[in-house]
Design a binder for this molecule. Structure first.
Ligand SMILES: [Zn+2]
Length: 235
């Protein structure tokens, strides 16, 4: 398993700047922390940049595609109206694997207390993926818009080293879970049961089938089930 990490912007391109924080630096710091978490678990990592370096789009794509990675994670901060906050992940519109990875990462980051916005894809006028990193990379690629630099509370979180570490750890967990889910789709005994409850809407995300369930998750599934039974029997 190999992951290519792409810290957005760099060098002459600072990305967003808000409340004294510069996006390129936040992206690189989270990327380096993510690299350590992945390598610690024995996953090979390639980086499109490891310092404050200008990387033109063509060079960025060349580095991504030369890496031979199974997935690419492009790390960014979001920007918008001051009230917009939370995490978004973006995947290629034709990539089921990208969608799964995007959903897993979104779930893990939103567990940290950052608002969960959406995992989505965005097309240009030609109905191609809007982002060149997603469009031109040869493997499933997910852009992680970690949080909004332009929102005071998200900005405060992003400015803190321990929180950036938590985000990196959450992205790593999202990657591990995706890899496990991919493996179990190859024939985990419980995969059809899980698919059945997912089709019924009792769970919305993908979960690694051998991982423990928390009381929170169990309560959520049971309350959805109770709701379903009540509706069907008109109690
Ligand atoms: Zn960016």
């Amino acid at each position: 398993m190999k992951i290519c990490i792409d810290p957005g912007h760099g060098g002459d391109d600072p990305g967003l700047q808000a409340f004294g924080i510069v996006e390129k630096n936040v992206n690189l710091d989270i990327a380096i922390k993510l690299k350590h978490f992945l390598e610690h678990e024995g996953i090979d990592v390639a980086m499109t940049r490891e310092m404050d370096e200008t990387v033109e789009p063509a060079e960025r794509i060349s580095r991504i595609n030369k890496s031979g990675a199974d997935y690419t994670i492009s790390i960014h901060c979001n920007g918008g109206p001051v009230s917009s906050k939370g995490t978004e992940t973006v995947y290629g519109h034709k990539s089921l694997e990208g969608k799964e990875l995007a959903e897993c990462i979104l779930k893990e980051i939103s567990n940290l207390g950052i608002a969960r916005r959406r995992a989505y894809n965005k097309l240009n006028a030609k109905r191609e993926d809007y982002s060149f990193v997603i469009r031109e990379s040869e493997m499933p690629t997910v852009i992680v818009e970690t949080a909004f630099l332009t929102n005071p509370s998200d900005n405060h979180l992003l400015s803190q080293n321990p929180f950036r570490k938590k985000i990196a750890n959450a992205i790593a967990t999202g990657i591990f879970n995706t890899v496990q889910i991919k493996r179990q789709k190859g024939g985990h005994w419980a995969a059809p049961f899980f698919e059945a409850i997912r089709e019924e809407g009792l769970v919305q995300d993908q979960y690694p089938l051998d991982k423990g369930v928390t009381w929170g998750e169990l309560s959520m599934v049971l309350s959805r089930l109770i709701e379903r039974v009540k509706n069907q029997t008109n109690i």
